[in-house]
Each structure stands twice: as structure tokens, then as C-alpha cells.
Design a protein around this ligand. Sequence first.
Ligand code: ZN
Ligand code: ZN
Length: 156
Amino acid sequence: MSGGRNTVQKELVLQTVSAMHSHPTAEEVHDRIIQSYPSIGKATVYRNLNTLAENGKICRVAMPDGADCYDHRTDGHYHIRCVSCRKVFDAGFPFMPELTERAGREEPGFLLTGHTLLFEGICPDCQRTGGFSGMGEEQETKEKQQSNTKGENTNG
Ligand SMILES: [Zn+2]
Ligand SMILES: [Zn+2]
């Protein structure tokens, strides 16, 4: 087995994830790569993402629904997902390694090895463009209309 081509492909996948900064899914990584290297197959990209994650070169961020994301940052940090556009952002909120230890003391039967935390909300972009009409409409629309004092005239 010569590792030449494999190494090149792995490096390419790693560079793509690093360049994207957007916690891409495997599919998004593949989409990006084939723009420059149309001959690289999905399986190759997926396999390399797996290997890179296993080797700790990138992180796999599991999403409760939908496809896992990949992260070039391997330090401990939390994520925020926009419930509107579904983009995943890095949270500035400090990582709390002690949370695992604390939880471990409460769960004597388990050997806890880590934790993940996913915040949910609406990203600045979606707040600006108001593109978050999908959630909690009944209550929120009413409040929004009442608090919308920007003086926009809506002659029914
Ligand atoms: Zn958003
Ligand atoms: Zn991240």
C-alpha cells in the first residue's frame, strides 16, 4: 500500500474543512472539493473525514437531527445553531471541562469522557433579515407587530 495519493486526498479534505470555517457537512465538503477536483468521489471524502476525525485533526460535531458537521477547530468549544438558516457557529461562551467531572460524580455507574453542548437561537443575519418566521409564529408575530414602532405605515 503506497500512501501517496491517499495522503494528498486527506490533506485536501483537511484543507477544505479548514478553509470553510462554517462547520460543513460531509456533503458540503464534497461539493466544495469537486469545484476544483471533479474526479474525487463522495466515498473518498467521507472516508477521509472519518479518518481525520478519528485522528483528532478535525472534530465531528453531531447534530441531533440531520447530518454531522465537521469542524477544523479541535479545542473544546460549544456551538450555536441558528434554527432559521441552520448554520452552525462557534460559541464564545467558555468551554467548561469541569462539567464532565461534575456530572461524573453524579453518575457513579458511568465513566464520562466528555460532553457536547449545542445552543440554539437566531443568528445575527437572520435577525436582520427577519428570516425566522418559521418558529413560534402564533405568539411572536403578535408581539412583533405591537413592538414594531419604527413608524412603518401599513394601510390595510
Ligand atoms: Zn441564521
Ligand atoms: Zn466549531
